[in-house]
Design a protein around this ligand. Structure first.
Ligand SMILES: *Cc1c(COP(=O)(O)O)cnc(C)c1O
Length: 499
């Protein structure tokens, strides 16, 4: 019998909700993030887990966090998520190359790690709605600069009781990203280009979330909004699973002995993926160092080095765009924890971040960060990592994973630590073909078109072109709606048939 686990807000002491309520709400009303009251310990042995498949491991981990779902409800969610949408039954295979184990988190529908959580979130959400007697259909409203929109569309497509509407800047995403979105299938999916930039799309969506008149009109028509944002606990918990899975695969393959500690390297943006690794460690998984890898937007490297988080700096556009972030939202959950689960201290720091763009933690708090190591890779170092791993081993990694591989090299050079290490591999190289092929041999590949490069990558890496890429070549455009940034609300009402 699992004890029931409640969730608190990182910004006030008096909030207590169930897991399903936290999943439904996303963000606490005080602006804080939901955190478990305590981090549960694994209650089956690592040897037992080593004998289980991905779905079984997922159940053993997630049941400890989502305690108000029945066994049947949770297993249903897991089975609907981790199925043939993934191109391998292993779901998240480990590849041993160049002195590390690459945990490939990109075998889902959109060939990036967001699929690991976004393929299960729709099922967690609809189950949570049922448990809380919500009769309305859930309408997911999202603004995207490219990648999250597609992963959310793929996750929610044809999920009963939901609709998803994605707004993207019509002239602000790559041609491949646009093609991925406008070819999305599913009767409940809607994709709308706006005449405006990403900030306009984001502001429009936020305004609709805060519009109480609109909420009433939706309710009268049997709808309510929800968000698939990366701070939702329903996205964090599924990410804990694959660290437990990775460790137990190493155990099953006799690469480590039970109890041996491993290091984990995570290419980091919003701090969600590495926070999941930290939660896994706190559950009792034998992880030694958590190595946080940044690109040239190295706000986290500076934070780990100095104890000051400072977003006042120039935003750099890099070849690892999913890590181009100056406010790592999920870091707030770590700050809360190292403040001794003290919401007041955390709130003061977050207020300071909002007002001045910076905050400094105390020496006591810094002492609790000793499990973390932060570093960053420049654009040249990132390209060099892709090139050298390819020439040394034949294995081709994407730009985000290359940031992690490069930082791992720096870590080993600094520490001589020989602990076996798992690198989170967050995107397929096919998702960033141009940058990857440029890194390998720019002079040779410069003149090729995007699809010629895809075929060439398939040849040199000896990996079949993923279905997600094949789809872009041939799939028909199913969405062609474009609106002005001022018309977003009218479009939503039109889509939902609200007069
Ligand atoms: C989102 C993303 C990241 C960053 O993950 P966070 O959880 O935001 O730190 C890294 N790589 C890829 C490919 C991503 O899509």
């Amino acid at each position: 019998m699992v004890m029931s686990l409640l969730y608190r807000s990182t910004r006030s002491a008096d909030v207590k909700v169930t897991a399903s309520q936290a999943i439904l709400k996303g963000l606490a009303a005080d602006g804080g993030l939901y955190v478990p009251e305590s981090i549960p310990a694994l209650d089956v042995s690592l040897e037992e887990l080593a004998g289980m498949d991905y779905r079984e491991v997922a159940y053993e981990v997630m049941k400890l966090f989502i305690t108000d779902f029945t066994e049947e409800e949770l297993k249903n969610c897991i089975n609907k998520a981790y199925d043939s949408k993934f191109d391998t039954d292993e779901i998240a295979p480990l590849v041993n190359a160049d002195g590390a184990y690459f945990l490939e988190l990109f075998h889902g529908a959109t060939i990036a790690f967001k699929d690991m959580a976004l393929s299960i979130l729709p099922h967690l959400l609809t189950t949570s709605a049922r448990k809380n007697n919500i009769k309305n259909d859930i309408v997911i409203l999202t603004a995207t600069s490219g990648d999250t929109g597609k992963a959310a569309l793929a996750g929610f497509a044809d999920v009963k009781g939901t609709k998803i509407i994605v707004f993207y800047p019509k002239h602000g995403v790559s041609p491949i990203q646009e093609k991925q979105m406008v070819t999305q299938k599913g009767d409940n999916t809607y994709v709308v280009g706006i005449e405006g930039n990403f900030d306009d799309a984001q502001t429009g969506v936020k305004t609709m979330f805060g519009d109480s008149e609109l909420a009433k009109e939706l309710d009268a028509n049997g709808f309510q909004f929800s968000s698939a944002n990366s701070i939702n606990i329903g996205r964090l918990v599924p990410q804990v699973v694959y660290y437990v899975y990775a460790y137990t695969r190493l155990l099953a393959n006799n690469e480590i002995k039970n109890g041996d500690r491993i290091n984990v390297v995570v290419p980091t943006g919003n701090f969600g993926n590495i926070l999941a690794a930290y939660y896994a460690k706190n559950m009792g998984l034998p992880i030694a160092k958590l190595i946080c890898a940044s690109n040239e937007n190295k706000v986290l490297f500076d934070f780990f080095k100095t104890g000051t988080y400072d977003r006042n700096r120039e935003f750099v556009l890099t070849s690892s765009p999913s890590m181009d972030i100056l406010i790592s939202s999920n870091l707030e959950r770590l700050i809360y924890r190292i403040a001794g689960d003290d919401a007041n201290t955390n709130k003061e720091l977050m207020d300071s971040l909002k007002k001045d763009g910076r905050y400094t933690i105390t020496d006591d708090m810094r002492a609790k960060l000793e499990d973390f190591y932060g570093n960053y890779a420049s654009e040249a170092e990132t390209a060099e990592a892709i090139k050298s791993i390819y020439y040394n081993t034949g294995y081709v990694i994407d730009t985000h994973t290359a940031v992690a591989a490069s930082v791992y090299k720096k870590y080993v050079a600094e520490t001589s630590d020989e602990t076996k290490t798992v690198i989170a591999s967050t995107a397929s190289p096919f998702k960033f073909t141009r940058s990857v092929m440029d890194a390998i041999d720019k002079a040779k590949y410069d003149k090729m078109t995007d699809f010629e490069l895809v075929d060439e990558l398939s040849r040199i890496a000896n990996v079949a072109v993923p279905q997600a890429i094949e789809d872009i070549r041939t799939a028909p455009v199913l969405h062609d709606r474009v609106c002005d940034k001022t018309e977003m609300k009218a479009v939503v009402k039109d889509i939902l048939g609200i007069k």
